[in-house]
Design a binder for this molecule. Structure first.
Ligand SMILES: O=C(O)CCC(=O)C(=O)O
Ligand SMILES: [Fe+2]
Length: 222
């Protein structure tokens, strides 16, 4: 019997669909740095419950960093340069985070991705994200880079139509999922978070999605 049997597998890439790759464990080695970066942003722009058009609250708590932040309010979903809670610009995207997201995108076959927005989601046990597409960005040829930290979650990976069959993918601490190209408009969501405790985040899961909200995607960009 060897101890390695109980270690998480070494980081590796699992193709999920055309244009979509799951980089298993990609962010694990630097997870404490990821957590510190998000905590510093959340100290300036706290996680908050947003409401959806119509007024019902979203289940997960959100904040943003970068030039643009994704905002849901009683009227619409949109990208805003100012945090509506403070009236100030969202915290800048730290260069370290931007570089990590660019490197993950490149590793998944989407070079030249330089995100201008990062939506951060905080899940507590029982929180979920219903099936949706990320469709508020201007240039839908740019990928989405999604980083998971803390408690594991069952990610729902559907198809290009809402009624398409859904695959269940377990996303664990340090996993990075990238979807772009023919997969960019895939319906996706997250099942209710199960209770648990994670050594770094306790009873929470943090997810970061790096996006190109208001810039043109140029794959030739260095
Ligand atoms: O939490 C996740 O894994 C997915 C988040 C997501 O789909 C989103 O923020 O649009
Ligand atoms: Fe999404």
């Amino acid at each position: 019997m060897t101890l390695e049997l109980f270690d998480p597998p070494a980081p590796h890439a699992e193709p999920l669909a055309d244009g979509a790759v799951l980089l298993r464990g990609w962010a694990r080695a630097h997870a404490p740095e990821w957590v510190a970066q998000v905590a510093a942003i959340a100290a300036q722009a706290p996680f908050r419950t947003m409401v959806r058009p119509g007024g019902a609250p979203l289940s997960v708590q959100m904040t943003n960093c970068g030039g643009w932040g994704w905002v849901s309010d009683a009227r619409r979903y949109h990208y805003a340069a100012l945090d509506p809670a403070s009236g100030r610009p969202w915290p800048a995207m730290p260069e370290w985070l931007r570089a990590q997201a660019s490197a993950a995108a490149a590793a998944a076959g989407h070079p030249g991705f330089v995100p201008d927005a990062c939506l951060m989601n905080r899940y507590r046990p029982g929180n979920r994200l219903t099936l949706h597409r990320d469709e508020d960005e201007q240039d839908l040829s740019a990928p989405i880079v999604s980083v998971s930290l803390g408690l594991p979650a069952t990610f729902l990976w559907g198809g290009l139509r809402r009624q398409d069959p859904v695959r269940r993918v377990l996303l664990q601490h340090g996993d990075v999922l990238v979807w772009g190209g023919p997969s960019r408009m895939t319906y996706h969501g997250v099942n209710r978070l199960a209770d648990g405790r994670h050594p770094l985040l306790g009873a929470e899961r943090w997810n970061l999605t790096f996006r190109l909200a208001r810039t043109r995607y140029d794959p030739a960009r260095a």
